[in-house]
Design a protein around this ligand. Structure first.
Ligand code: IZC
Ligand code: ZN
Length: 424
């Protein structure tokens, strides 16, 4: 059989876990093939093995990744990709020490992005989304989650979700949508959080009928929604057939982590202030811990999520950019891998498993993304690094050489030195 493409690489990372995420000490075991080869035909992976085993294979195109690393396309399981405007004006406030929640309480923060998103046309939101998605792709992401939550009214929440759906159709990155109508309390519902949550719940039928989101999320935080309001809201979303997620214990430790485990959330995200009991419960439940160290870094905090305790307790941990215009304006998942090493003290093996298999399971895509298996879509990244340990180590730059989505090259700078040679 003639393959379309065969890629040789000095090292191939092949994370895998059957039917569930990797937990606890399993995360520290990373499957790697030295001097490996991947075969592609019709957009699918048809061969995974060593170059020796691949000796008999023939392909129309051969990519020589000698000295390079090959991995699955990365999965980013928590982003706020679709939004209007930007918030660079808040940087000066941050520098003066005004806290994130104070900016929000004064009508800025999320609420300023809500204003901008309401004022931006669906077409302009789509174009802006494409711009950011292209950048995500250059960093090696081929599947990601995207949340609404900058409408806080029916019309704009639906507009955001429609934009995400169209982006998914138009762009190589596969998107998984989450309805985050419960992201903040809008001006017209100030002091009436329960009435606002009812309003957002009343949208679930339409969202479900139109296939606009798979998951429902809520921002459980001081001044936003309480643990009890969040529990009640997410339980109703579950009953309506959605998987549920929660922004929990990001800034103040309220106990959202425990609640997420109790109600069987697919993921609990942030968890910076997770209690000892919360950490213990993560180890016992199927709820995946989505850690967002870029946000902790950007908010200027010293205390990061207790990743080591979570892994010791047996939890399944993943990582994400939390890409958003306020608390984490970056599409750079590689920087998150650096932060995970430096500030969460995760090992390179745990980090690679986190951004591939575990991230895929955190958004219900464990069966299609995050692993290199024969029969799966050829979503691959070739890296300008000698081995997998190098990526969490060499920080602040983009190590990607090439990205394939369904067997097609969709991003990458190629070999940086290719155009320069000595004249004598
Ligand atoms: O726009 O600030 N934490 N939601 C909860 C965010 C950060 C996004 C934002
Ligand atoms: Zn978020």
């Amino acid at each position: 059989m003639m393959l379309d493409t065969i890629i040789f690489a000095t090292q191939i990372v092949v994370p895998y876990s059957e039917g569930r995420p990797l937990r606890g000490s399993e995360m520290n075991k990373l499957k790697v093939i030295e001097n490996g080869a991947i075969g592609i035909k019709g957009g699918k992976i048809t061969f995974v093995g060593t170059q020796e085993e691949a000796a008999h294979l023939q392909a129309k195109e051969t990519i020589d990744g000698t000295g390079k690393l090959l991995s699955p396309g990365l999965v980013d399981p928590h982003t706020h990709l679709v939004f209007g405007g930007s918030r660079e004006h808040e940087l000066a406030l941050k520098q003066q020490g005004v806290p994130y929640l104070e900016i929000l309480a004064q009508g800025g923060g999320i609420l300023s992005t809500v204003k901008a998103t309401r004022e931006t046309s669906e077409k302009a939101l789509f174009e802006k989304g494409l711009f950011h998605l292209n950048r995500c792709l250059t960093y090696g992401v081929t599947t990601m989650e995207v949340k609404s939550g900058y409408g806080l009214d029916k019309e704009t929440e639906l507009k955001q979700l429609r934009v995400a759906k169209k982006l998914n159709e138009a762009h190589p990155i596969d998107l998984v949508s989450t309805f985050l109508g419960a992201h903040a309390i809008p001006e017209n519902y100030k002091g009436r959080p329960d009435a606002f949550l009812e309003e957002m719940l009343s949208m679930l039928n339409e969202i479900s009928n139109k296939g606009l989101a798979e998951f429902v999320d809520i921002f459980c935080e001081t001044g936003v929604f309480t643990v009890e309001q969040s529990r009640n809201f997410l339980q109703k979303a579950k009953t309506a057939g959605f998987g549920v997620k929660i922004h929990a214990d990001e800034i103040d430790p309220l106990g959202g982590t425990e609640m997420a485990c109790e109600i069987g959330a697919i993921s609990a995200d942030h968890l910076v202030g997770a209690s000892k009991e919360g950490v213990r419960m993560l180890g016992q439940s199927d709820t995946i811990a989505v850690l967002l160290p870029g946000t902790t870094f950007y908010l200027g905090k010293d205390q990061f999520a207790p990743a080591r305790d979570m892994i010791s307790s047996g939890a399944a941990v993943t990582l994400s950019t939390d890409f958003n215009p306020g608390s984490s304006p970056t599409e750079n998942i590689q920087f998150i891998m650096n932060l995970a090493a430096l500030r969460l003290k995760m090992t390179p093996e745990e980090i690679w498993n986190a951004v591939t298999v575990n991230a895929a399971y955190a958004i219900g895509r464990g069966d299609v993304a995050g692993s290199l298996l024969e029969g799966r879509s050829a979503d691959l990244v070739l890296w300008d690094v000698p081995n997998y340990k190098y990526v969490p180590y060499h920080y602040g730059v983009n190590h990607v050489n090439k990205v394939w989505k369904s067997g097609k090259v969709v991003a990458g700078k190629g070999d940086m030195h290719a155009n320069y040679t000595l004249s004598s």
